[in-house]
Write a protein that binds this ligand. Structure first.
Ligand code: NAD
Length: 436
């Protein structure tokens, strides 16, 4: 029977280009501000601002019912001046090229801030994993790996998981890449299962780093972590691990939410119990939690809860001109990438709310990805203890560097983080491009 190729107009594609453009616009503005502070000239700024390489691919994939659907995928390599491109790939119905461009640029600045030998890249496939079977997801992942093979590699560009992608998919991605190239190259992708060269502690790493920065921000404000109340939006890979770690450190997590709604207890939620309970009930959403120790609240109510720290750890663009005035927190720790728009940031600043920026706060994942990449290249094994010790040390160093740059120049933590990152990349670009 002949198969027919469906146009990209199925229910899996709901494009809201606006959000991606806002993220891109805001990240470019942050770089422009840093370039002004550093007195970087226009031609050098243009080299920092423009993505080095970007690709849009069409992935014809057979669905379980025999139809072939054409999915769209993107990979943007923003910069590879400091090392191979590094950045996750997300599967999301709203993914678009502007969003991927903005996220790729964030990766450049994040890796530079953490002093990792990586540039920045990002990928996305426009699809809705909630309506796709495991087999369909595997075929989309393999098709994406196939399409990207000519431009990725452990020394070229190293993908990883992001929103709606996980270690299973990294295993399919690695397998497809190695079949295509005929070479063993486990460092082509990070966030792999341990049996395929993954590293212990990768799953918890971003959340662990977010928790470390949360505690450091509290201490800087002279708030004892044991007296602090934290609210977390998003209970996925980042939000749930940050919640578990904060709970372990004795911090009260009073509110958590995911796409299905929120849970609230002013005396602190029993995070391990909630995490354990929803783990056994696919699709693992908070609405499945049956315990009576938590009140149900909406996502909007969550954002305005009175607390010491609010951690947006879901998607970008949630703290905006509309939502920033409602926020009732002293500190924001950005677990997600780009959760605060420039307008939202201005309002937070006017209201005296401190913000630990995404490129610092959620860098734990890429730090441990770096350890995993090294492990693959060196052919050795890291222990969980050494991963945690070295991750914590790198996060603490980056936090101290950002705080001292902010105090020295009297600028916000976000501006300070960008000044450090942009200066490192700019120095490398000018050394590469200086006339003989
Ligand atoms: P994930 O898919 O595992 O989790 C996303 C969570 O957000 C889910 O709990 C989902 O239900 C929730 N969510 C979605 N829409 C929501 C809404 N409207 N209100 C409340 N909750 C909502 O993704 P993740 O890996 O945890 O990534 C979250 C964010 O962190 C993204 O911005 C991602 O780019 C960023 N990030 C992730 C990593 C990583 O290592 N996974 C590293 C750095 C940054």
């Amino acid at each position: 029977m002949a198969t027919t190729i469906e146009p990209r107009t199925t229910t899996t594609r709901v494009v809201d280009a606006k959000q991606g453009s806002v993220l891109l616009r805001d990240s470019q503005q942050n770089v422009r501000d840093a370039a002004e502070t550093l007195e970087i000239g226009r031609s050098l700024f243009n080299l920092l601002d423009q993505p080095e390489r970007e690709i849009t691919v069409t992935l014809p994939v057979e669905l379980d019912d025999g139809r072939v659907e054409a999915f769209t995928g993107y990979r943007v390599q923003h910069s590879r001046v400091l090392g191979p491109g590094k950045g996750g790939m997300r599967f999301h119905p709203d993914s678009d090229l502007d969003e991927v461009r903005g996220l790729a640029a964030l990766m450049t600045w994040k890796c530079a801030l953490l002093d990792l030998p990586f540039g920045g890249a990002k990928g996305g496939v426009v699809c809705d994993p909630s309506v796709l079977s495991t087999g369909e997801l595997a075929r989309i992942t393999r098709a994406f790996a196939n399409a990207l093979t000519p431009m990725i590699g452990s020394r070229e560009d190293v993908p990883a998981p992001d929103v709606n992608t996980d270690e299973r998919m990294m295993a399919w991605f690695l397998d497809e890449y190695e079949r295509r190239t005929g070479k063993h190259d486990p460092s082509v992708v990070t966030g792999k299962p341990i049996a395929l060269g993954g590293i212990p502690g990768r799953g918890e790493s971003t959340g662990r780093g977010v928790a470390l920065i949360t505690v450091a921000m509290l201490e800087r404000q002279w708030i004892k972590p044991r007296n602090a109340r934290v609210v977390i939006q998003g209970f996925g890979k980042v939000g749930s691990e940050a919640a578990k770690r904060l709970h372990e450190l004795g911090v009260k997590v009073i509110g958590i939410s995911d796409v299905s709604g929120g849970l609230y207890n002013p005396d602190g939620l029993d995070i391990p119990r909630i995490a354990q309970s929803i783990q056994c009930q696919p699709p693992k959403l908070l609405r499945e939690y049956g315990g009576e120790d938590a009140q149900r609240i909406s996502g909007e109510e969550m954002l305005s809860l009175e607390c010491d720290v609010l951690i947006p750890a879901a998607l970008e663009g949630v703290i905006t001109a509309e939502t920033a005035p409602q926020i009732n927190a002293k500190i924001i720790v950005e677990g997600a990438n780009g959760p605060t728009t420039a307008e939202g940031d201005r309002i937070l600043d006017e209201r005296g709310i401190l913000v630990a920026p995404d490129i610092l706060a959620n860098a734990g994942g890429v730090v441990v990805s770096y350890f995993e990449w090294l492990q693959g290249l060196q052919g050795n094994r890291w222990t969980l203890d050494s991963v945690r010790t070295q991750l914590d040390a790198r996060m603490r160093d980056a936090f101290e560097a950002v705080v001292s740059e902010s105090e020295r120049r009297k600028i916000s933590l976000r501006q300070a983080a960008y000044v450090i990152a942009v200066e490192r990349v700019a120095r490398a670009v000018s050394l590469r491009w200086s006339p003989m």
